[in-house]
Structure formats: structure tokens, C-alpha cells
Ligand binder design. Structure first.
Ligand code: PLP
Length: 822
């Protein structure tokens, strides 16, 4: 394997872990907790034993972190997220605890290859993409910068689907990540809370007939049971808890049904409870319209809130101090029903009055908006909401009355503005607007990049912003440098340590010391050698998995992310087709060899996205087997993009494709991972690309295409893609090749609707940006040709990306939103 090329180093010589002792411990765990001895242990047994050994070391710190927060009466953060895309945890834990080398050695003394068992650890894919990965990076950063937090989510039995490519098409298979058990988690049967659905609301009146309180009488009841996973920060400073809820049927009900002989009924109840934590909805930009989704959202919101209130009451005895001791964060609108649920708990269970409860609620919650795409703004039909959550419906109306009165009192809101502020969308089918509910119930609403935050103020939340002008703020996303540099790129880490010392390991800002070395020819050579080894690692993977040979000296041009029309993989593929054409028409030119890599999953119901995957594979087949291309261009679609694959692909990239239609990508975090690992970016002025340009400098990033304002202008002036296409010979030629079946001789019309869409409306401005994109690609070839220049720019990228660390992001959340010390 490649471990010979890329050596992993331990960063904590002070820990002085004896590999011999570690080996004994592994054997002990294997024997007494796994019931096996070394002679019969399978690789999975070794994996489980290794994880349990490191887990045991984490537990002491975990208990003390939790106790510390309690003793100091520290304010705690609660991060509610329907997704945590954590990936594998073993390397993370070993690396953060400085045990990597010792563990390798210990296992090797037992005849076990660390890399082999590490590859067996399932990739915990409890998320779709960027939003879920952000939650995972935040958990790691909070443990590192010492913020006491509980992450709350759902323990999906089937997380993100596993993608296979068969005959070029995406096939979705279940990812059974729990099949071999999950050695990281602790089931907490004693932390279980009841969750109700449906039923009716009774009002209780006092002797004088005045309304005293409401009592919700749900007809369905299930249990949410906690499973805890420790999250360890850098150098094991703090260990926080990720608490995931699993659905379970309420035993007494089941028992009664069984006793009454209703076995089928009992089974149905148990399946219903099970279903709540069975699947993650595999769509990241459209709300799954299903009732089950709303049930999941309520399920994990109420369980988390009950847990939080119980903890608060047992420590402080009174809920009025909740906002001083708890900051509850809503990661997107998925948990926003929590606003109504906290109100219900405060009003109906704890007997507070409305004004008190509303004040506590607003001071406790904060909300992050992740998208402006209209189809992704969650809303639920009023009849569905009312049927599942009748009491919450009443509360939503009560909150709505409150905010509409506030708006009217201001006097300068038009009827249209009032209806856009309303929590209920009255146009057509009446729906509850979850974004408005989250906004109304939070003291802070943040966007995830400077551009996105400004657009939020001008578009979706324009009127709510006018009503509550102090609430919207920006927190540009970040990534954890532990996973996205130290762990995934040990070669670059070792080189940087050698060149500038170890300070950057603890303070990523110190990586800026590399900047001066961009002009040092010897350093550039070493940097290029590391990049080359990382590319070789990817080339081996591609050769093993796909049987495609790629040359590591070619430029590795990579676009990996969810497949979505706004992310414009199509623009990249069409450019590949145009380049293919050019190479064949002008064989005399000195073309720079390139490999274009694609990877990403499409939502199973997203027709065009799946067609784009097929097109990438069709183009790859034709281009890769055409001898006239002479290997100057290769196209590779790498299946099953997930965190573990990202860890191999990010460090291997020369060029990072961040080419969304301006105004549509809220931030992006893939863009940051690439640049931190020394790739240059080709991108639009969208999301965090705008801020990346400011940090790395205009000369070290390739910006092309329309700006957000220009996109809006083009649309307003009646954009006509047909004329644009006619005016670009390269684009016309590429599109006619695709639409006439050059890449799909078995089904020549396969891409007709895709290309027709470009001619007819081109919602995502692919045609409008094509020439600018293709020209920029040819300029990039010229920079690539000048290798010292290229690597100097790449080094500047690494040195100047530290601001995009999620440590920085988390410090800003802590100081400016949560009011907790860091
Ligand atoms: C970082 C990451 C993403 C987000 O990528 P974008 O390019 O920002 O959309 C998605 N999936 C995985 C596995 C990631 O690691």
C-alpha cells in the first residue's frame, strides 16, 4: 500500500504511550470483552478491540469534561441537527489523542495491519452532504476549543445510501453501517423520553371558568432512547457528547396488545416506532414531502428538549434561567418545530404564561439558514401539521398573532409584507413556514457566508429582517483542520512540521508561516513530491476499483459534491466534451494532460441529476477509449462519494471545481478542504468562494462567470440561451455532440431533454457562463505549464486558508451567538 510513501507521525511525544502495553490491552479487550483469542480473531474483532481500547481512554476525560461543566455551572450549547456526517472515527480519535504511531506499532506486533482494519470501519453517513458535514466539523471544533456541547440528532439505522454505478447509472443500496455493531456508542436506556403524535387538546378551566391550561392527549406514543458517542477534541482536551435518538415502542402498550392477543397490532406499533429512526431522507435540497419526515423532526426535537429541560431543572430548579445556561442551536429548519415544542413544554407542562415562555424561547434559540433555494424552504400542509401536532398548531397560531401584531404596530408594513412575515402561507394550500417559525423564535439568525447572509436579508427574510433588524448575522462556514489536513494529508503535515515547526498543529493560523516558502525552489519541490504521492494514492484507488489507469503527472481536476443542477457538474462535463473536440481537431497543439474526476450522489428521485451522472460516465467511456486523445484527457466518475473518499481525493487535487451559478451556493465547504490541501480553485463569485478570494489573493484563484447581480440582470432582461449558444461555436458543437448521441449510441436521444432544457430556459446559466469558463480553463493550462508558478500559488493557498478553520467559526458562534466563553 501507500503507507510506505506517506508516513503518519504522532504529535504527542509527551504522551509516551508504550506500544507493548497497548498491545497487551488490545489482547485483553479482545479476550474479556469480545470473548476471542488472537488465533481466531477476525479483522473486525481487531477493529472492535482497537476502538474499545481508545474508547476506554476517552471515557475518563469524558466523565471529567461533563462533571466540569456541571461543577462550574457553565452555560452549555445544544446543537440540534437532523444530520451528522461524521465518517470514520477511529483515525480521528487516535490522531487527536496522539496514539497513532503507538497503535500502528502495537497492532503490527500482533500481526495486524492498521490500514486494513481502519478500512473496515464503516463510514458513519448520517447526513447528505455539506450541512451534515458542517455539524460534524463543528462537533470536533467545539471539543477542541473547549465549548461544552451536546449534539442531538437521530441514530438512523440506514444513513445515506451507498452508491454503485451500473452501466453508468446510479444504483442506490442500503448502507448497513450498524451490521457489525457500533463500538463507539453507549446505549442509555435510562435516558428515554416519551414522544406523542396525533390526538386532541383539552382545555382545563378553573372554578370561575377561566382557561387554566391546555393538555395535549396524543393517541400515539413512542419512546426516544439515547445513544451516546464521545467526541474528542485535539490533544484530548475535552470530550463532548453526540446524543442520537432511536425510536422504540412503549413497552406497556405493546405488552397490553400482546396480552390481548393482538400480535399484529403490537408488531405494527413496534414498526412505527422503529421507522422514526430507520432512514435518513436522501435529499439535501428538497424537503422529503413525507409525513414521516415531520414525525422524525418532532421526534428528535422533543426528546432533545425534554432532556435539556430535565438537566436544567435538576441543576437549577427553575426554567427562567434557561437562556443563561443553555444555548439551543437549530441547524437549518429541520428542528424548528422545537420552537413550538419548547413553548408547549413551558406553557402546558411547566405552567409558565405566554409572555414569559415566549421571552425564554427567543433568548434560548438561534437558527442557521443554509439555503435560499425556494424548493428547499421547508413548509408543512396545515392539515398534516394539525393532525400530527394539534397543540403545536395552536401555539403556532398564537405566535403568529404575536408577531403580526408587532408588525402592524410598526405601521410601515404593506399587506404583502405582512403576509410574507406570517408563519402561515395562505397562497393556495395553507402551509406552516418552518423558516419563519425558526426566525420568529430565535434571537440570532445566521447565514453561512458573507454573500449568502446579504442575500438572505434581501430575499427570503427581507420582511422579517425589516421587523427584527438586529437578528441576522453572518458566520462563514469552516472545516476542521484536524480531519481535513492533519489526518487526511499526513505527507503535507509532515512537510509543514519540518519547515515551520509544530505550532500550526495547535493554532492553524501559524500555517501562514508557509507563505514565505512559496518562493523557495527546494520547498516547492518537496511540496510537489507530497502532492504527487497523494495523487499516486488516488490513482491506485481508481485503478483498483474502476480499472482505469490515470497518470499522476497529469493535472488532477476534481469536482466532488452532491449532484445538483445549481452546482453545475453539467458545465464541467460539457467543457470536457468541448476540450475533447479541440484535442482531436488540433492535435498539433501542445495540450496539457488532464484528468477530470467527478464524484457525488444524486437524490434518488432527482431525474436530471441522475442523468448527469450517466452522462459523465458515458463521456468517460468514449473519451478514455479514444486513441486519438492520446491520454491527454481522461474522465473518471468515482462511485460512492463520502467522507472517507473525500479524505483521499481532497489531498490529491490540483484543481478544485467550485462552479455553482452565482447566488445559489450558500457557502460550500468542499471548496475550503481542497484549498487547504493545496489545490487551486476555479470558481464563480458564489458562497464562500468570495471570501476565499480575499484570503488567498486574486492571483491565486481563478474566478470566472457572471456575478450574482449579473445573473439577476440577465434573468430580468429576458435571458435567451439559444442566442448565447449560437454565438459560441465550441458550446454549440459540444451540445450537438451530446444531444445527437455521440456518447450514447445505444440510446441517441438519452440526453435530448437535458440539452433541450439548456436551449429553452437554462435556469442555471450554463450557456451564459460557458465561454468564460472554457477560457479560464485554457489560462489555467498555461499556469500549470509553469510548474514553479503553479506550486507557488498552491503553497499560498495552504498558507492563507486558516481563517476557514471551523475553530474560528465556532469561536464566533460562541462569542456572538451563544454567549459562552472560549
Ligand atoms: C465537504 C463535504 C461535502 C460538501 O461539499 P460541497 O462541495 O461544499 O458541496 C459533501 N459531502 C462530503 C462527504 C464532504 O466531505
Amino acid at each position: 500500500m501507500t503507507s510506505a510513501v506517506i508516513s503518519e507521525t504522532s504529535f504527542l511525544p509527551s504522551e509516551n504511550i508504550d506500544p507493548k502495553e497497548l498491545a497487551d490491552e488490545i489482547l485483553r479487550v479482545l479476550k474479556y470483552r469480545g470473548g476471542k483469542d488472537a488465533t481466531v480473531a477476525t479483522p473486525h474483532d481487531w477493529l472492535t478491540a482497537s476502538i474499545k481500547v481508545v474508547r476506554d481512554r476517552i471515557i475518563d476525560r469524558w466523565v471529567s469534561s461533563t462533571k466540569e461543566a456541571y461543577d462550574q455551572s457553565a452555560k452549555r450549547v445544544y446543537y440540534l441537527s437532523l444530520e451528522f456526517l461524521i465518517g470514520r472515527l477511529m483515525r480521528d480519535a487516535f490522531s487527536n489523542l496522539g496514539m497513532m504511531d503507538a497503535m500502528r506499532e502495537a497492532l503490527s506486533s500482533l500481526g495486524v495491519d492498521f490500514d486494513v482494519i481502519a478500512a473496515l470501519e464503516p463510514d458513519a453517513a448520517l447526513g447528505n452532504g455539506g450541512l451534515g458535514r458542517l455539524a460534524a466539523c463543528f462537533m470536533e471544533s467545539m471539543a477542541t476549543v473547549d465549548v461544552p456541547v451536546h449534539g442531538y440528532g437521530i441514530r438512523y439505522v440506514n444513513g445515506m445510501f451507498r452508491q454503485e454505478i451500473r452501466d453508468g447509472w446510479q444504483v442506490e443500496l442500503p448502507e448497513n453501517w450498524l451490521d457489525h455493531g457500533n463500538p463507539w456508542e453507549f446505549e442509555r436506556r435510562e435516558r428515554a423520553f416519551e414522544v406523542g403524535f396525533g390526538g386532541s387538546v383539552e382545555s382545563v378551566t378553573d372554578a370561575q371558568g377561566r382557561l387554566e391550561r391546555h393538555i395535549w392527549k396524543p393517541t400515539e406514543r413512542v419512546l426516544a432512547v439515547a445513544y451516546d458517542t464521545p467526541v474528542v477534541g485535539w490533544r484530548g482536551k475535552r470530550v463532548n457528547t453526540l446524543r442520537l435518538w432511536a425510536g422504540m415502542s412503549l413497552d406497556p402498550i405493546l405488552l397490553a396488545a400482546f396480552n390481548a392477543g393482538d400480535h399484529i397490532g403490537a408488531l405494527r406499533e413496534s414498526n412505527k416506532a422503529d421507522a422514526l429512526s430507520r432512514v435518513l431522507y436522501p435529499a439535501d435540497a428538497t424537503p422529503a414531502g413525507q409525513e414521516l419526515r415531520l414525525r422524525q423532526e418532532y421526534f428528535f426535537s422533543t426528546a432533545s428538549l425534554q432532556d435539556i429541560l430535565q438537566r436544567h431543572l435538576s441543576q437549577y430548579g427553575d426554567l427562567h434561567s434557561l437562556p443563561d445556561k443553555a444555548a439551543i442551536h437549530l441547524n437549518d429548519t429541520h428542528p424548528s418545530v422545537a420552537v413550538a415544542e419548547l413553548m408547549r413544554l413551558l406553557l402546558d407542562v411547566h405552567g409558565l404564561d405566554f409572555d414569559d415562555a415566549w421571552d425564554i424561547t427567543k433568548r434560548t434559540f438561534a437558527y442557521t439558514n443554509h439555503t435560499l433555494l425556494p424548493e428547499a424552504l421547508e413548509s408543512w400542509p396545515v392539515p398534516l401539521f394539525e393532525r400530527l401536532l394539534p397543540r403545536h398548531m395552536q401555539i403556532v397560531y398564537a405566535i403568529n398573532a404575536q408577531i403580526l401584531i408587532e408588525a402592524r404596530a410598526k405601521g410601515d408594513f404593506s399587506g404583502e409584507q405582512i403576509s410574507s412575515i406570517s408563519l402561515i402561507n395562505e397562497g393556495g394550500e395553507r402551509r406552516v413556514r418552518m423558516g419563519n417559525l425558526a426566525f420568529a423564535g430565535s434571537h440570532s439568525i445566521n447565514g453561512v457566508s458573507a454573500l449568502h447572509t446579504e442575500l438572505m436579508k434581501e430575499t427570503v427574510f427581507a420582511d422579517l429582517h425589516k421587523l427584527y433588524p438586529t437578528r441576522i448575522n453572518n458566520k462563514t462556514n469552516g472545516i476542521t483542520p484536524r480531519r481535513w489536513l492533519i489526518q487526511c494529508n499526513p505527507g503535507l503535515t509532515a512537510l509543514a512540521r519540518e519547515a515551520i515547526g509544530d505550532r500550526f498543529l495547535d493554532d492553524i493560523d501559524a500555517i501562514s508561516d508557509l507563505d514565505a516558502l512559496a518562493s523557495d525552489a527546494a520547498f516547492r519541490e518537496k511540496f510537489a513530491a507530497v502532492k504527487r504521492a497523494n495523487k499516486q494514492r488516488l490513482a491506485s484507488l481508481v485503478s483498483e476499483r474502476l480499472g482505469i489507469r490515470v497518470d499522476p503527472s497529469a493535472m488532477f481536476d476534481i469536482q466532488i459534491k452532491r449532484i445538483h443542477e445549481y452546482k453545475r457538474q453539467l458545465l464541467n462535463i460539457i467543457e470536457a466534451v468541448a476540450l475533447y473536440d479541440q484535442i482531436r481537431s488540433h492535435p498539433e497543439r501542445d495540450w496539457m494532460p488532464r484528468v477530470k474526476f467527478f464524484g457525488g450522489k444524486a437524490a434518488p428521485s432527482y431525474h436530471n441529476a441522475k442523468l448527469i451522472i450517466k452522462l459523465a460516465n458515458d463521456v468517460a467511456r468514449v473519451v478514455n477509449s479514444d486513441p486519438s486523445v492520446r491520454g491527454l484527457l481522461k474522465v473518471v466518475f468515482v462511485p460512492n462519494y463520502n467522507v472517507s473518499l473525500a479524505e483521499i481525493m481532497m489531498p490529491a487535487a490540483d484543481l478544485s471545481e467550485q462552479i455553482s451559478t452565482a447566488g445559489m451556493e450558500a457557502s460550500g465547504t468542499g471548496n475550503m478542504k481542497f484549498a487547504l490541501n493545496g489545490a487551486l480553485t476555479i470558481g464563480t463569485l458564489d458562497g464562500a468562494n468570495v471570501e476565499m478570494k480575499e484570503h488567498v489573493g486574486d492571483d491565486n484563484i481563478f474566478i470566472f462567470g457572471l456575478t450574482t447581480e449579473e445573473v439577476a440582470q440577465r434573468r430580468a432582461n429576458g435571458y435567451n440561451p439559444r442566442d448565447v449558444i449560437a454565438g459560441s461555436p465550441e458550446l454549440s458543437q459540444a451540445l450537438s455532440a451530446i444531444s445527437s448521441g455521440v456518447f450514447s449510441p445505444d440510446d441517441p436521444d438519452r440526453y435530448r431533454e437535458l440539452t433541450d432544457g439548456l436551449y429553452q430556459h437554462d435556469w442555471f446559466m450554463v450557456a451564459a457562463d460557458f465561454d468564460s469558463y472554457a477560457d479560464t480553463q485554457r489560462k489555467i493550462d498555461e499556469v500549470w505549464r509553469d510548474s514553479p508558478l503553479w506550486y507557488a500559488k498552491a503553497i499560498h493557498n495552504v498558507a492563507r486558508m486558516s481563517w476557514f478553520s471551523s475553530d474560528r467559526t465556532i469561536r464566533q458562534y460562541a462569542e456572538e451567538i451563544w454567549n459562552v466563553p472560549v
